[in-house]
Write a protein that binds this ligand. Structure first.
Ligand SMILES: NC(=O)c1ccc[n+]([C@@H]2O[C@H](COP(=O)([O-])OP(=O)(O)OC[C@H]3O[C@@H](n4cnc5c(N)ncnc54)[C@H](OP(=O)(O)O)[C@@H]3O)[C@@H](O)[C@H]2O)c1
Length: 252
C-alpha cells in the first residue's frame, strides 16, 4: 500500500456511506471532522443518523429493495453530483424479532435465517455497485468498499460455527473480488475493497462482547479512524484486496 500524493486528508471528498449503524455513523463523523471540505451522504433504514452536521445529508434506504437504489442515485446526483468514495456498512448477524441468531452447530441451521442473513450481507453491496458506481468522479481515484468480516475468510476459518454469517461474508467477498475485476476494465482509477473492522462496540457485536479479550473491543470511532487510514493509503493498484483494520492483507 502506498500513499497517493494527490489525495490527502485535505482533498474535499464526496462520500456515500450506506447504513447508519455504529460503524456507518462513526465513519461519517470522522470523515467530516478530519476532512474539512468533505460532504457525506449517509443512508438509514430504521434508525436515522445519530448526529447532524452542515455537510451531512441523510437519505432513507431499504437496501434489500433494488428500486430504492435508483431513487437514491437520482437524489445523490441532485445533491452532490459525482462521488469519490462509496462505503457499505449494512449487515446483520442477529435479529431477535426475526428469530435470527448465529448457529453454534449444524442442528441450529435454519433455511430462513440463512436466506435473510445472505440477503442482508450481500445484496446491498451488489445493488450499490450496479447503480451507484457510475457516479464516480472519473478524474480522481475512487473507492468502493464494503465492510466484510474476517470470519468470511475461507482460509482463515479454524473455529467453525456461525454458518450463515460466515457464508454470507464469504459470498460478499466473492462479489467484491468480481466487482473489482469488472470495474478495473471500465475505470482504471477505481479501488474495490473488502474491509474487516475488528470487533467493534455496536448492536451487532453486543451479544458476543463478553468473550472479547481486554483491549480488543474497539470503539466505533477507533474503528472508523483505522479504516479511513487504509482508505487514504490505497491506490487503484490495491483493487480486489481484503484488508484487516490494521492494514494487513487477509486471505479470501
Ligand atoms: N461490530 C463488529 O464487531 C463487526 C465485526 C466484523 C464485521 N462487522 C460488519 O460491519 C458492518 C457494520 O456493523 P455495525 O457493527 O456498525 O452494526 P450495526 O450498528 O448493527 O449496523 C448495521 C446497519 O445495517 C443496517 N441495515 C440492516 N438491514 C438493513 C436494510 N434492509 N436496509 C438498510 N440498512 C439496513 C442497520 O440499519 P437499521 O438498524 O436502521 O435497520 C444498521 O444501520 C456489518 O456489515 C457487520 O457485519 C462488524
Amino acid at each position: 500500500m502506498t500513499t497517493s500524493k494527490k489525495e490527502t486528508h485535505q482533498t474535499p471528498l464526496k462520500v456515500i456511506i450506506l447504513g447508519s449503524g455504529a460503524i456507518g455513523n462513526a465513519l461519517a463523523q470522522v470523515i467530516l471532522t478530519h476532512n474539512t471540505g468533505a460532504h457525506c451522504i449517509i443512508t438509514y433504514h430504521r434508525n436515522p443518523p445519530s448526529f447532524q452536521h452542515p455537510r451531512l445529508t441523510s437519505m432513507s434506504l431499504n437496501a434489500l429493495h433494488e428500486d430504492e437504489f435508483i431513487t437514491l442515485k437520482d437524489n445523490i446526483l441532485s445533491t452532490v453530483g459525482s462521488i469519490d468514495w462509496i462505503i457499505n456498512t449494512i449487515g446483520i448477524l442477529h435479529d431477535k424479532d426475526k428469530g435470527i441468531f448465529p448457529e453454534k452447530r449444524l442442528l441450529d441451521f435454519n433455511t430462513q435465517t440463512f436466506t435473510q442473513v445472505l440477503e442482508h450481507n450481500v445484496l446491498p453491496t451488489v445493488y450499490a455497485a450496479k447503480h451507484l458506481t457510475s457516479l464516480f468522479e472519473k478524474k480522481n481515484s475512487c473507492i468502493f468498499a464494503a465492510i466484510s468480516a474476517k470470519v468470511g475468510s475461507i482460509e482463515d476459518n479454524r473455529q467453525g460455527g456461525w454458518y450463515s454469517y460466515r457464508a454470507s461474508k464469504a459470498c460478499l467477498n466473492m462479489m467484491i473480488k468480481t466487482i473489482a475485476i469488472e470495474l478495473a476494465h471500465k475505470n482504471k482509477k477505481t479501488c474495490v475493497l473488502a474491509l474487516h473492522p475488528g470487533t467493534t462496540d455496536s448492536h451487532l457485536s453486543e451479544p458476543f462482547q463478553k468473550n472479547v479479550p481486554e483491549g480488543k473491543l474497539f470503539t466505533p470511532e477507533r474503528t472508523a479512524k483505522q479504516l479511513i487510514n487504509i482508505l487514504y493509503r490505497v491506490t487503484p493498484d490495491n483493487t480486489g484486496s481484503f484488508y484487516s483494520w490494521d492494514g494487513a492483507l487477509l486471505p479470501w
